[in-house]
Design a protein around this ligand. Structure first.
Ligand SMILES: *Cc1c(COP(=O)(O)O)cnc(C)c1O
Length: 406
């Protein structure tokens, strides 16, 4: 590495009594790294930042962590603990907060599904954890789920090496259960899309002694969902840490039966010879997740809701009167259950497609991210910073008005 003195000589700067002369300001950071808070890292890198009117999407880096969470992460970053001890203690505390038997922090909901499935398959035997994903000798290898629940996240189950068995009717399900059945998996978000609802799913699992798991990744709010499904009888329930809870994006929760959560941890770091070794959460995320939960649980959820509704109304009122525009305010029933707005327009009157409008929002200043298919521009406000709804409404109105056919 080039020394500071050499570098200074190289650039013709003259150190006088320890201070710098001559050196252009733009070069100084290379000599004396500034602290994080004084640097604009994204600008240095040329990375676009934006207003998030889309929601909690992995591709958009999820949510904004509450300052309490960032503080906890910083705290944790300055001392050593053992990974197992922090997981043990945080797991107990989360279980208390969420009224369930036990809990662990995972590297996201996807990781909770993989580790939970592994735990169900291996039980508390580390040698069996070592067998996954290729050697199912002496292990149950089938996980049953409803065909309508196959949206891609079941890949988390396949990562264990287990085989997916699809069913549609209750009759199918009863027939599919056999001595090789390890688990019955449920996708909460599609509760109303299959023929078998969550209560019935749990009841059938119990009748046959098969553990059940519910993927509730994006299903807070409402806050009660954090205990509703463990109380309903699901043996394992999985949540994302970095969606509505606003914890670390690289964290999640596995909640439920103590024996199964402990078994899941046999496939998680620090244990090395396991399928979950790459799903590492360190002390920072583990503590951050706990503090995110504490913070989320203590929020005034009604006030949050009113704020989001008001912001949606603000966006609505900015565009609703533009000739040809139609707006729809709605709340998805399960998953991303927050006030949302869908904006459509008559393309005979406004000469842009929704994809073009989304792109114009993205390329504008400030850049704004929204979602929606070919038919509409869709937005939520729960991931906005206070006041950004005005900018969103104004920009959308400008773009739509600007494309009006005269
Ligand atoms: C987001 C999501 C996941 C993945 O969660 P991560 O926390 O990103 O790992 C799994 N299942 C569903 C239904 C989701 O919405």
């Amino acid at each position: 590495m080039i020394s500071r003195r050499k570098l200074l000589q190289h650039m013709g700067a003259v150190p006088v009594a320890g201070s710098l002369l001559v050196l252009p300001k733009s070069l100084q950071p290379h000599l004396q790294p500034e602290t994080g808070t004084s640097r604009d890292f994204f600008k240095e890198l040329g990375v676009r930042t934006f207003i998030n009117a889309a929601g909690t999407y992995t591709a958009l880096t999820g949510c904004m962590m509450h300052p309490n969470v960032v503080e906890a992460i910083e705290y944790a970053s300055k001392q050593y603990v053992t990974l197992d001890e922090i997981q043990d203690k945080v797991g107990e505390r989360i279980a208390e907060l969420l009224h369930c038997e036990y809990a662990t922090v995972t590297a996201g909901c996807f990781s909770a599904i993989t580790l939970g499935t592994a735990g169900v398959i291996t039980g508390l035997d580390p040698k069996k954890a070592d067998q996954l994903p290729n050697d199912f000798t002496g292990l149950k290898s089938e996980v049953i789920l409803q065909k309508s629940h196959r949206v891609g996240y079941d890949h988390a189950i396949k990562n264990t090496g287990a085989k997916i068995v699809e069913v549609e009717t209750r009759e199918d399900l009863e027939k599919a259960i056999n001595e090789n059945t390890a688990m019955m998996w449920f996708l909460n978000y599609h509760s109303n899309d299959g023929q078998i609802g969550p209560e019935e799913w749990v009841a059938i699992g119990k009748k046959h002694g098969i553990p059940t798991m519910n993927d509730c990744a994006a299903d807070v709010p409402p806050v009660e969902n954090l205990w509703k499904y463990t109380k309903m009888g699901f043996d394992l329930v999985c949540f994302s840490g970095g969606k509505g809870i606003r914890g670390p994006q690289s964290a999640g929760l596995l909640l439920g039966r103590k024996d199964l959560v402990k078994a899941a941890r046999l496939s998680a770091p620090p244990r090395g010879s396991t399928i979950g070794r790459g799903m590492k959460v360190n002390k920072e995320e583990v503590l951050g997740m706990l503090v995110a939960l504490e913070t989320y649980l203590s929020r005034d959820h009604e006030a949050d809701w009113k704020l989001w509704e008001g912001q949606i109304k603000q966006i609505n009122d900015s565009v609703a009167d533009i000739p040809g525009v139609e707006t729809e305010i709605h709340v998805p029933e399960i998953a991303n259950h927050v006030p949302s707005i869908r904006v459509r327009w008559d393309q005979e009157k406004i000469a842009m497609t929704p994809n073009e409008v989304r792109d114009a929002l993205r390329k504008g200043h400030p850049s704004i991210e929204t979602v929606g298919g070919g038919e509409s521009v869709d937005m939520t406000t729960w991931m906005l910073q206070a006041g950004e709804e005005r900018i969103v409404g104004k920009r959308l109105a400008e773009i739509l008005t600007g494309a009006a056919k005269t």
